[in-house]
Each structure stands twice: as C-alpha cells, then as structure tokens.
Ligand binder design. Structure first.
Ligand code: FAD
Ligand code: SIN
Length: 540
C-alpha cells in the first residue's frame, strides 16, 4: 500500500505537531506516531519553557547562561537566534490555547519559574504539568485541521532514499542523496506501508531507553537518529547524554521525574543524614548546571554507599507546595511520601540526548528533503550540556523555521513526480517466535550502557561497552533479516545502533567536557576538542 502526502511528519510531540500546524497552511500533512498520539517526552515535561519575559531579564542573560551550560560547544549564532525567537513562539502557544500559570488567578503576569544554571526566573510553565497541557492543546488544534491526518501505532522503519532505489535497480535523476518518505510498520496488523512525501520530518524525540534508568517514556528509543544515520544523515555529539539529577527513587515508581523547579523554589539536596552537600561542589549549590549536580550526587553515593540522596522542600509552606507542584505532590503521596513533611528520595537517571541528527538553522539535514527537529536533532543550541527548559524552546523555534523553509520549497517540489519507490521487501522472513532474544539483548544493552557509558566513564569501560555492542549488533543483524519486523525488534535494532554511536563518540572525545566525563582524561582540552563530534555512515 502507498500513501502520498506533501509533508510526512514522524512523531507527534511538540516538534512534530508544531511543524504540522504551520506546514498545513501550504499542503497536506501526514503524521505517523508509533504509539498513542500523546505518548512522548513532551507529555511528561514538568518544569516548563525557558524564555525572556521578566522586565529584569535580557536576551543577553539567557544567551550567557546557555553558553556557560554548554561548556564551550554551543554555536553562539544558534543560541542567539533561539533565545530571541522564544517570546513570539510562547505567545503563539498562548494564542493556540495553552493556559500558562500566572502570578495569581486575576493577574496578567506570567509566573516564571527558575531552574539550574538560570541567572533569572524565566521558565514559563503550567504548574508542574507543562508538557501535558502543551501536548493536549497542540493535538486538539492538529485534529481540527483538515489538512492534517494522524496515524497512531504506525512506526517508521527506514527512509526511502535514492541509494535504496539504486540498490533495487531504480534510477533517479537526483545528484544528492535524497529522501522521499519512509517505510512504516502498521503495528496493529503488521503490514508495512510506503509513505511517499516531498518533505520528510524526523521528530521522534530522544533515546533515554538506551539506559537502564531513565526519566523518559518507553517511546524514547532513539529511532530518528538510527533511521537518519542508516540513510546517511550526519550525527553529532552523541557522547553528551544528559542525566537528570532527581528521578524519584522508589520500587513502584517508573521513570518519575522530580522537577528541577522544586530546587528552583528552594528545595535542597541532602544525604541520608540530612546534610546538604552541593556547596562542596559548586558556588551555585543546588542550582548548579545539571551535569555538575548529577556528577556530585554520583560521587556522594559512591562515597556513602547509599542508594539515593534526598530532595528536601519541607521548609516551604505545605499549601505552596501543593499548589505549585500538584502532580509531583500527588504522585509522591500515592507512594506514601508526603513531600510537605519529608524529603523525597532521588537518584540521577538518563534524561536528554544533546546530540542527534546534525542540522542547520532551519532543521535541514545533509539529505535532500529531510528535516530533523526537536530532541532528535543536534542544532548547536545545547553544546556539551543543555540548559534546563531549553529543549521545548528549541523544538518550538526549529519546528516553525523548518515548516516555513520547507513550504517555500514545496511549490517547486510538487511539480516533480514521485519516483517509483519499491515496495517493502520482507525477504524470506517468517513470524518471529523468539521474542526472548529481543528482551535479553535489550536488557543487556541498557545495563552495560548504564554501567560503562554512564555519568562517569573510563577508557576501559568504553572499550568493554564497544566489545559488547559489536556482539549484540551481529546477533541483531542475523535476527533482523531472518524474521518479520515487529515494533520490539525495530526498537531493539535502533537502541543498539544509538548505543554504538554513543560509545563511538565517547571513545573519540579524549577530554572531559560538559556531560562527557572520562577519568582517563579528566580535564578539558580546548586546543584539540573545541569542536563537535560528527559521525556519518556513508554506506547510505
Ligand atoms: P517527543 O515529545 O518525545 O515525541 C516523539 C514522538 O515521536 C512521539 O510521538 C513518538 O511516539 C514518536 N516516535 C518515535 N519514534 C518513532 C518512529 N520510529 N515512528 C513513528 N513515531 C515515532 N524539556 C524542557 O524544555 N522543559 C521541561 O520542563 C522538560 N521536562 C521534561 C520532563 C521529562 C520527564 C522528560 C522525559 C523530558 C523533559 N524535557 C523537558 C525534555 C523535553 O520534554 C523533550 O526534549 C521534548 O519534549 C522532545 O520533544 P519532541 O517533539 O522532540 O519528542
Ligand atoms: C525538569 O522539570 O526538571 C525538567 C526540565 C528539563 O529537562 O528541561
């Protein structure tokens, strides 16, 4: 089966939906999303969106904070552009219907939160449920739009590219590697659909599930990076995996974040004896940059042998805590933790992928017709460590820029016929019965990535990880070609490739900077490493 569309958007988080709403002004938009449509990191975002609204704040302050957090690797032109385009993008969300928190019910002034590394209050939020509200409104607007169709439970497998056609004996006139859409698995009935598009957008989010412990939802298996890389798109800075310092530590809590905004409102980190420790590590103490706080907790836990540290905000009035953090308060209470009366047990966990598919200032990749936006992209904004709440901002800014740019090119592209793309070839596959192989490999990758390629790395650990991933990749390749594709197998193939890219990038960078900390090279080396780590699979 073939489906034709002007724009194919892969992913229905903040990036994909923002793009879709803008692009639908100029053509038909088809969104494919691999689970339920609201299921992505966006839906779980708590803290909010960083942007300059306070009269005492300035673009220059936000730019400086972002650059400092990025530890030398941010692209300053991109930082400036994103920061300056923030307020109009937030105003657009408000005009679409997002009801951000105000100072009081009858105030016109936005309530601005604070998080680590920000020198001013500048986080626009909807209490501690920012993502859920943004996702809900964007989905509502997309579903009302007659130019937008959404396919739930449809998972992109691979891109349809010029190289793929040549391999199947189909000639095309393009000189550059070009993308015309994607093969997509209908996860409900198991068929593979060919989606042909003039513009294809990867907005598939992050890859937290590559690690054993993560704040991310299950969809975060790095699919976009893997899909793009396999097709020949450049990938950058994959060694910079951000670990959030405060994920709830409780056997019944899966991936639950305790927002940095709690520290922004006065919460402090303490050890099991109730002693504060962040002043020993950084002058900004509990509101230091995220890489520093996560590493400090890691060191404290290694020193004490304890399983977690605690986040204490009990000194604030109970009514304030319940009103400002209703979601966190209720979730903790459901687990018999009353955060108004007792400190909350927390540990660091994988949270955000600073690296991704390399793009320019419009979200354009090195493949013709292919864009990457949101967490899947590496735009130059975050450098070696993302500043808190700059991610939703980046997604908004780049989604709009990509939509405007691609719609400018669409008229010309529309006049060109689609090439005759080959149907998906299932090969000699039979139904997969050995799901245990997938589960086993999946668990193994997540464990050794946590143990060997986590917050603190060494050459030896990276080498061990490399050997393990090579073996698993071999097994997956064999399995992949012998069996029909399933969502689980596709995700395994993607996390294995993303793990490999993280290990390769971390092994290349022979210094410590931002989120990449290697005990064998404990210092920063500006002379040799003030540059992005770029990887490219030229096999296409
Ligand atoms: P997502 O919102 O993750 O959406 C990805 C979409 O792609 C999903 O619809 C998914 O199903 C789909 N998809 C993936 N693979 C495929 C495939 N192969 N085929 C089809 N569909 C696919 N950032 C901030 O700036 N502020 C915050 O307060 C904040 N809080 C956070 C809290 C949590 C718990 C988490 C996990 C992250 C937080 N972040 C925050 C980060 C931020 O939420 C994400 O970076 C951002 O939402 C990513 O948006 P996205 O649109 O790129 O991806
Ligand atoms: C949080 O609320 O702590 C998450 C913010 C972010 O990841 O930007």
């Amino acid at each position: 089966m073939e489906i034709y569309t002007d724009y194919l958007v892969i992913g229905s988080g903040i990036a994909g939906l923002t793009f879709a709403l803008q692009a639908a002004r100029s053509g038909t938009v088809t969104i494919v999303t691999k689970k339920e449509k609201m299921e992505g990191s966006t839906n779980y975002a708590q803290g909010g969106i960083a942007s300059v609204f306070d009269p005492n704040d300035r673009f220059d302050f936000h730019i400086k904070d972002t650059l400092e957090s990025g530890d030398g690797l941010c692209h300053e032109d991109i930082v400036r552009m994103v920061v300056q385009e923030g307020p109009p993008r937030i105003d657009e969300l408000i005009s679409l219907g997002v009801n951000f928190s105000h100072l009081s019910d009858d105030s016109d002034t936005l309530d601005l939160g604070r998080e680590g590394g920000h020198s001013k209050r500048r986080i626009v939020h909807v209490k501690d449920l920012t993502g859920r509200e943004v996702e809900r409104i964007l989905l509502e607007r997309a579903e009302e739009n007659k130019n937008i169709s959404i396919y739930e439970h449809h998972m992109a497998i691979d891109l349809i590219t010029k190289s793929k056609m040549i391999k199947r004996g189909i000639n095309t006139s393009e000189s550059k590697e070009t993308c015309w859409g994607a093969y997509v698995l209908d996860a409900v009935n198991g068929s593979v659909i060919t989606f042909l598009a003039h513009v294809t957008v990867l907005s598939t989010g992050g890859a937290g599930k590559v690690y054993r412990y993560t704040s991310n939802p299950d969809i975060a298996t790095g699919d976009g990076v893997a899909i793009g890389y396999r097709a020949g798109a450049k990938v950058a800075n994959m060694e910079f995996v951000q670990f959030h310092p405060t994920i709830l530590y409780h056997p019944l809590a899966k991936n639950f974040l305790i927002s940095e905004a709690v520290r922004g409102e006065g919460g402090v980190l303490v050890d099991a004896k109730g002693n504060r420790f962040m002043e020993e590590y950084h002058p900004l103490k509990d509101l230091a940059f995220r890489d520093i706080v996560a590493r400090s907790i890691d060191m404290e836990l290694k020193k004490s042998g304890d399983e977690c540290v605690y986040l204490d905000i009990t000194h604030k009035p109970a009514e304030f805590i319940k009103d400002r953090f209703p979601n966190i308060y209720e979730t903790c209470l459901g687990l018999q933790i009353d955060m108004t009366k007792q400190p909350v047990p927390v540990v660091p966990a994988a949270h955000y992928m600073c690296g991704g598919l390399l793009t320019d200032q419009y979200g354009v990749t090195n493949l013709e017709n292919l864009y990457a936006i949101g967490e899947v992209a590496c735009t130059g904004l975050h450098g070696a460590n993302r500043l808190a709440s700059n991610s939703l901002l980046e997604a908004l800014v780049f989604a709009r820029r990509a939509a405007v740019k691609s719609s400018e090119d669409l008229n010309e592209k529309r006049n060109l016929p689609f090439p005759g793309a080959p149907q998906w070839d299932p090969g000699s596959a039979t139904d997969s019965e050995e799901i245990v192989v997938v589960t086993h490999n999946w668990d193994e990758i997540r464990s050794f990535m946590w143990n060997y390629v986590g917050i603190v790395r060494t050459n030896k650990r990276l080498e061990r990880a490399r050997r393990r991933i090579e073996n698993i990749q071999e097994e997956i390749r064999e399995y992949y070609w012998n069996f029909l594709v399933t969502l689980d197998l596709l995700e395994l193939r993607n996390i294995a490739l993303v793990a490999e890219l993280i290990i390769s990038s971390a092994s290349l960078r022979k210094e410590s900077r931002g989120l990449h900390h290697n005990l064998d090279y404990p210092s920063k080396d500006d002379k040799n490493w003030l540059r992005d780590t770029v990887l490219c699979n030229d096999k296409g």
